[in-house]
Ligand binder design. Structure first.
Ligand SMILES: [Zn+2]
Ligand SMILES: [Zn+2]
Length: 67
């Protein structure tokens, strides 16, 4: 899915494991490295700065990147 020149777009489609930091690609619910659940019903972690945001937020509180 990730092609040259579309890295920025790809970044929005990955989920970074909050436990081990492994980058997991869109469509997986569990970390491919440690098996930790990636889908948090209360919070979502910014892929760019790692700030914890409420899932209702569309943009990161810290860096305003699209969550
Ligand atoms: Zn992990
Ligand atoms: Zn952020």
């Amino acid at each position: 899915m990730c092609e040259l020149g579309t890295l920025e777009k790809c970044n929005e489609e990955v989920q970074v494991c909050k436990k081990c930091g492994e980058i997991n690609y869109d469509g997986v619910n569990f970390c491919q490295h440690c098996g930790d659940m990636l889908v948090d019903l209360t919070y979502v972690f910014c892929n760019i700065c790692g700030t914890k945001n409420f899932t209702a937020n569309k943009y990161c509180d810290e860096c305003n990147i699209k969550l």
